[in-house]
Design a protein around this ligand. Structure first.
Ligand SMILES: [Zn+2]
Length: 539
């Protein structure tokens, strides 16, 4: 008998990634690609998988991860595979692993500390291409696509200085960006609340966006404001898209702080209006009501300037320490407006600030600042200071700052796709549950329980839509000729299990994950096959 396919998936409900309604069919795979879709049950294959009327859909593309460094310690990333993620996009929020300027190496390492998760890094690269070559040596199970981070880029040229770039420095930054785009980056990301991104005026971003226009890249931004300044920040993002004529994406869209909940209705109207005018704006989002950033992020911006070392120097001066504490305490009065991103205010006070990672004081991991301050017998702000001082840049917290209704409003919007914004936990440490749960939670909570989305729409936002957005030409659809990144599951059984208390519990319910036609997850177990690859744009 003539063998037609390597693998034949028989009797599936095909959710094809386009958003179209499911249909019944079979899928034949040969040489890592989808060879045929349709009525194929009489055809032969080396391996036949009876899907038994479960769902077959494209592997999920996680458009927003901070897995840049964790892959050196954990190239398999079962945390992603168990959610059905077969491709992850790194380099987000302004942070990427390259380019590296040795002169500022120490500052860079503390800047990137909170996504490094204790991974020992050799730093044997300088350019973006050098770094990609190092990642290409790893036995990746999940495909990786990359962006260049503006913070890393700026730090490589001018360190962490709080000033405008000179014309020569601008040219150097543009040169690094061009190099990254030629190496296969998909675009530039920014983190405009974190030093050094916060020091960049919008004109700097406009200037860099010109290079994206020349090279076909996207601009993705952790915007300057996600609370009271949200709408101005959305306007700034749209304005950049208009000026440069490039696609832009609002990262992890949300409104932080109860007094700002509901603003997303207006921000989405701005997106709709811009899109109607021909400006290509899209959104990514994670489905949780806690945001996650450093403990340090609860300090006023001026107190965070200059990196962790400078923060600790300020805290070492009793007068400055008292001044910082006073500003934070004033910001907690929600009857008055607050001129800066006070994370403690947004989280509704100390009880809404959960410390998840602080390796030098592990006794505080998994406790909120109210609990910690009671145990330390000091006030919560002082407790935060002590954690910051003890952990030298490795301090991560979750803040309960996002409205449940806002999550649904954003998720339901046609321009929104799903991105976990996953920050990997250090070994044995806690993190935000989104790292282990996002894509499964979309199906479990927002398709099955809340009915915010149909399954077809949810799958589209996690496969076909991101593939189209980033130009991942062979990903995201169940169509002949596409890479055979394929999932099989019963949508009634898909479940995120990670919680704030147990954030590293793996998701469950995805029965098979295939990456380029290679069975990678079988009955929730990793098969040992690592077929993932680094995807370079345009290759
Ligand atoms: Zn971010």
């Amino acid at each position: 008998m003539h063998i037609l396919f390597d693998i034949l998936f028989r009797g599936a409900k095909i959710v094809d990634g386009s958003g179209a309604p499911w249909y019944r069919g079979d899928v034949g795979v040969s040489n890592g690609r989808i060879a045929a879709v349709g009525k194929l049950s009489k055809e032969s294959a080396n391996q036949v998988i009876d899907v038994c009327d479960r769902v077959l859909c494209p592997g999920f593309i996680d458009v927003h991860t901070h897995s840049d460094f964790i892959v050196f310690r954990d190239p398999v990333m079962l945390s992603k595979l168990r959610q059905g993620v077969t491709t992850q996009m790194v380099g987000q929020c302004g942070q990427s692993a390259a380019p590296v300027n040795e002169k500022y190496a120490e500052l860079l390492e503390s800047y990137l500390g909170f996504i490094m998760a204790g991974t020992k890094i050799s730093w044997n690269w300088k350019t973006f291409d050098d770094w990609l070559k190092e990642v290409e040596k790893l036995p990746l199970a999940v495909n990786m696509a990359t962006c260049l981070g503006h913070g890393t880029l700026r730090a490589a040229v001018m360190g962490f200085e709080d000033r405008e770039a000179s014309p020569q420095e601008m040219e150097q930054m543009k040169g690094h960006l061009r190099e990254a785009m030629e190496a296969g980056s998909f675009g530039l990301t920014s983190g405009l609340i974190y030093p050094p991104g916060v020091y960049a005026p919008k004109e700097e971003m406009w200037s860099l966006a010109e290079v994206l226009g020349e090279t076909g890249g996207l601009y993705l931004t952790h915007m300057r404001g996600e609370s009271g300044g949200l709408l101005e920040a959305v306007a700034e993002t749209i304005e950049l898209g208009r000026r440069a004529g490039i696609p832009v994406q609002i990262s992890h869209h949300k409104a932080l702080g109860k007094d700002n909940w509901g603003l997303v209705t207006q921000s989405l109207q701005m997106v709709d209006k811009a899109r109607a005018e021909g400006i290509d704006v899209t959104i990514d989002q994670y489905p949780y009501n806690n945001c996650s950033t450093s403990v340090r992020a609860c300090l006023p911006p001026w107190a965070q300037a200059g990196g962790v070392h400078a923060v600790c120097e300020r805290l070492a001066d009793p007068g400055t320490r008292a001044k910082i504490a006073e500003e934070i305490k004033v910001s907690l009065d929600t009857s008055k407006p607050c001129g800066w991103e006070s994370m403690l205010r947004h989280g509704g006070g100390a009880a809404g600030a959960l410390v998840v990672y602080c390796p030098n004081t592990p006794q505080w991991e998994g406790k909120n600042l109210q609990e910690i301050s009671a145990a330390m017998n000091v006030d919560p702000v002082e407790a935060a200071f002590r954690i910051i001082e003890s952990n030298k840049g490795s301090d991560l917290a979750c803040y309960a700052a996002i409205g449940d209704e806002d999550i649904k409003t954003i998720l339901g919007h046609s321009a929104t796709m799903v991105g976990a914004d996953s920050i990997p936990p250090a070994e044995g440490a806690k993190a935000h549950p989104r790292s282990f749960g996002t894509h499964s939670r979309i199906i479990a909570k927002y398709v099955r329980e809340e009915k915010t989305l149909t399954l077809e729409s949810a799958v589209h936002k996690m496969s076909g839509m991101p593939a189209a957005r980033f130009g991942l030409q062979r990903k995201g659809l169940i169509r002949e000729g596409m890479d055979a990144d394929i999932l099989v599951f019963d949508p009634e059984k898909v479940q995120d299990n990670a919680t704030y208390e147990n954030p590293t519990l793996l998701a469950s319910g995805i029965d098979y994950v295939f990456v380029k036609g290679v069975k990678t997850l079988d009955g929730e177990s990793f098969t040992g096959s690592a077929a993932g690859e680094v995807i370079r744009k345009g290759r």
